[in-house]
Design a protein around this ligand. Structure first.
Ligand code: ATP
Ligand code: MTE
Length: 172
């Protein structure tokens, strides 16, 4: 019989990307913070930045370089419209992409919103053993991603494999 695994609380940062939202109406940032803390993880820092790829790179690079940060959740700027440029800003920072994350997210979302989900360029990956999940701006999209993918990936009790358990080995 396999022993029960312990939950490992992770230190997570949340970044909202939006030209129009403020902390007063950042429901998607609020949702992610509530979800991660309800799950037993810790919020290290929250930021809200405009769709400016250099500001996004600077903030996320700082978190990636911080050994105390285990993961980063980003919401917003994944679409095709306006100044959406989260992928252009943050994909260059990744050491490794998480293949299939965006495809899995869109497959799950297809059941909810149909082909509109193809307008989301959600993606995920690893940099300096820090997990980065980039989700759309809408709260319902964040809920789908959190409930169906991210929460399990960050939960060390999840079998057969998850990022929380893998983390100590990512730098070996
Ligand atoms: N921080 C947020 N909190 C709650 N809802 C948001 C937030 N940002 C965007 N939304 C909503 O998400 C939907 C898509 O908006 P918009 O295209 O401007 O988002 P975005 O920030 O460019 O992100 P993305 O293109 O990745 O979805 C809209 O209904 C918008 O009101
Ligand atoms: N689950 C889920 N919800 C989602 C998304 C998604 O990709 N997955 N995309 C959001 C985005 S970016 C938009 S613009 C709207 C699109 O829905 P519509 O069919 O109302 O335009 O759904 C939102 N809700």
């Amino acid at each position: 019989m396999t022993a029960e695994r312990d939950f490992i609380p992770l230190n997570l940062c949340v970044l909202t990307v939006s030209d129009s939202r403020t902390l007063a109406n950042d429901s998607s940032g609020d949702y992610l913070i509530q979800s991660l803390t309800d799950a037993g993880h810790r919020l290290v820092e929250r930021k809200l930045l405009p769709d400016d790829r250099y500001k996004l790179r600077a903030a996320v690079s700082q978190w990636i370089a911080d050994e105390a940060v285990d993961g980063i959740l980003v919401t917003g700027g994944t679409g095709f419209t306006g100044r959406d440029s989260t992928p252009e800003a943050l994909l260059p920072l990744l050491d490794k992409q998480m293949p299939g994350f965006g495809e899995l997210f869109r497959a799950l979302s297809f059941d909810e919103i149909g082909t509109s989900t193809l307008q989301s360029r959600a993606f995920a990956g690893l940099a300096n053993a820090t997990f980065l999940f980039c989700l759309p701006g809408s709260t319902s999209a964040c809920r789908t991603a959190w409930e169906k993918i991210v929460s399990a990936q960050l939960d060390a009790r999840t079998r057969p494999c998850n990022l929380a358990t893998l983390r100590p080995r990512l730098k070996e």
